[in-house]
Each structure stands twice: as C-alpha cells, then as structure tokens.
Design a binder for this molecule. Sequence first.
Ligand code: NAP
Length: 442
Amino acid sequence: MTADRGSPPVREIGVALLGLGNVGAGVVKLLEDNAAAIGARLGGRLVVRAIAVRAPGKKKRLVEVDPALLTKDIAGAIARPDVDIVCELIGGDGEAKDAVMAAIAAGKHVVTANKLLLARHGTEVFAAAERHGVDVYYEAAVCGGVPIIRVLREGLASDRVEQFHGIVNGTSNYILTAMAAGGRAFADVLAEAQRLGYAEADPTLDVGGGDAAHKLAILCGLCFGATIDADAIHCDAISELDAVDFAYAAKFGYVIKPVVIGRDHPRGIEARVHPALVPAGWLLAGVTGAKNAVAVDSYALGPSMYYGAGAGMMPTAMAVVSDLIEISRNLRAQLTGVAPTRRHRALARRPLLPMAEIRSRYFLRFSVADKPGVLGQLTTILGAHDVSIEQVVQEAPGDGNRPAQVFVITHEAREGDVAAALGKIGALPATLAAPRLIRIVV
Ligand SMILES: NC(=O)c1ccc[n+]([C@@H]2O[C@H](COP(=O)([O-])OP(=O)(O)OC[C@H]3O[C@@H](n4cnc5c(N)ncnc54)[C@H](OP(=O)(O)O)[C@@H]3O)[C@@H](O)[C@H]2O)c1
C-alpha cells in the first residue's frame, strides 16, 4: 500500500524498554498483536529501539525479540537519540529509580508500572519531571489494567472525591475468596496460590498489605492532593484470619475482603489496609478471585466503581501501552510537559490520621471460659468504653470444659476506645485467647 500523496510521513516514536519480564513481554506482544489498531489511533508507530534486562543471555523469555535489541546497558538505552520514551518495567526503587531519574534528566518521557517507586519517591520523580518538562505516566501502577488513574485524573477532574474503598491486591483477594468458599485455612490456600502463580514465592508484600499500601498512597495523591508516608500506612495482614471468621461474617451478612480505604479529614488522611467485613450486597463484595476494584464516592457523581484485572501480563501491558500512546499523542501535538505530572490536584504533604482516631464498626471475636457472668463482663467493659453492641452471638458448648466463642458486631465506635476495651477484656481471667478485631466498612 502506498501513502496518500501529500499525507505526512508516518511518525515513529522510539521506546526503550527497561525490563522484559511479565509486563515487558506483554508490552512487546501487545505492540505486535495490536499494531494496526495502535497505528490507526496514533497516526504513527511505536518502535522498540532497545530492551535493557539483567541477563541478556537468558534462554527462556516470554516473547521472542530480536537479540540485537537486548542489552544490560540501561544508561545506553536511555541515551539513544532515537528514544523518545523510556518504559521502566524493572520494579523496586534501586536501579529502577536511578533509571527513571536518569531518563527524566535526559529529557525523555517516562512510563512506569512501579507503585513502590512512586509511593516512596513520587514527589522527587514528579518534581524532576516538571523541571525537565517531560511527562511521567503510571496507569499500570495501580490496579494493573483497570484505568483508575485516568478516571481520577480526567473522568472525575471536575468532581471532589470524598472517600474510596478498594480491592487493589489480586493475590490477597484470591486467597480470601478461596478461604470464604471452601472454609479452608490461610496456609493451605496460600500454597495453592503459589502453585498456580497467583502468589510470589515471598508473599510478604502481598499478604502483609505493603503492596496495597503503595497503591493506596498513589490513590490518596490523586483523590485528595495528599502526599502521605506510604511506609507508615496502617496494614493488617490477611494471614491472621480463621475459617470461623468467614463463617460468622457470612451469618451476619458480610463477606471478608482485603480492602484499602482512603478519606480526607481536616486533621489528616485516613489511609488503611486490612481485611474487612463488607456487606454481602455491596458491589465490592462481588469482586472475587484475583480481580481488583475501586469504589469511589464523590460529591457530584455519587458512588461509582471501577473493576477489572489488577495484574497479569496482558492487562498490565494494556495500561502501559495506553500510556505510551498518550505520550505519543502529546508529542505529536507538541503538548508534552504542559501539565507534566498529569496530577488530579496539586500535592501537599499531609499527616496520616492516627488509627486510634478512626471511626468504624467492628466484628469482635472472644474465646472465653464457658461460665455464667462472662458475657456480662464483656458487654459491660465494651459499654464503659462507649462501644455499643448491635448484635451478639454466643456459642457455648455448655460442658464447662471447652471455651465459649462470643461474636460481637458493634455500632460505629472510635478505634482508640475499642482498643482500650479489648485490652481490658484480654486481661480478664476468663479470657482464653487474645480478642480478635476485624473492621467493618461503613
Ligand atoms: N506482573 C504484574 O502483573 C504487574 C502488575 C502491575 C504492575 N507491575 C509492576 O511492573 C513492574 C515489572 O513487573 P514484572 O512482573 O514484569 O517483573 P519481572 O517479571 O520480575 O521482570 C523484571 C524485569 O526487569 C529486568 N531487570 C531486573 N533487574 C534489572 C537490572 N538491574 N537491569 C536491567 N533489567 C533488570 C529483568 O531482567 P531479566 O529478565 O534478565 O531477569 C526482567 O526482565 C514492577 O514494578 C511491578 O510492580 C507488575
């Protein structure tokens, strides 16, 4: 086919890929598989000029690439004059951070999927981008393929987000979904998730909440214009949950989900990561397996929810390539660096609201001696700390030998008061195990 006479030559946008793992390989595959559609939308071609990896000689790759593209030399790949955009898909905040800062300093636009880097060093990265007049796009960093960054940055640009609830870690959601369905133990489901490739060999960042906290920090930046200390966000691991928690949550009409919550208060940002009871009728309760979702409450739109694949080779690559397309369009329109960080709002450093000051409803579980008067002691202590009970169920074997289990659903209370009450109940002679607390989303 020949080009129309008089039409401009097809513009090539040069890309340096840093990393050819799951996401990097997906990017190569998507650029090939969707070349025609991407070309039509872009009016140009995205061309990978170099691919930096740790081990260029590696035998097994997820995609075949021209071996001449592979290099260990990150600096060389960034510096190529035919590279316009550097796509960082290495991960972590070591070499990846150096590479992103070097690319920005060299005047190259950046696409990254790296939540850890942006949660910890976003202020530095975006300030450098503004100084050098380049774009930094990061759609894949939160919820993989779900375009939540674009929604918050553009779709809701005229609105004011009041709060959001999210399921942003697919591994944790996969594990809790399986525990709820099969009454299975955490360790058993984790081992299965690792076998199936849903969980890393070292699952700490996923099940401990660290990965979700990084995404939460990015979301708080977009929603509230707040820079918060991502490493100080309160995280409760999902590993503490027992099958009995799921069974009783279901009896009370709830599903246990691994949630992140963000709210803007005058005194600080409420940001927390923990398993929580979600009413079974909520849309978020229906987000199962490894899927992600963010439910946003905003002033003008009201509730809205964004759902899809939060990880995986092709969904994540889709988000990365969409960022490449957007920067390429900016390049063609000579609009790069106009609003360099593409943030929803200007950022200000804000404190985190102390957990003692948050207000929530709670699901409490007590293992106590099966004796008369013990239930009264529990309810008296809760009442004395302003923790009012909505429902209580006691399972007492009645033989005087085995412990009784007491399950309590509270009305909304201040977490500091609940913690003080649980401290007193934990010290009672009748209490046989540390009281359990799981928050209920309200
Ligand atoms: N996987 C997902 O579903 C997903 C979803 C959302 C976001 N992300 C983010 O995307 C990024 C990449 O994740 P991934 O799953 O693709 O990781 P991955 O499979 O572990 O791949 C990492 C790649 O980086 C290369 N690399 C590591 N250290 C390097 C170094 N010092 N110099 C040059 N190359 C180096 C590796 O090279 P070799 O191949 O030679 O070892 C490999 O190709 C991370 O920030 C991750 O958080 C991933």
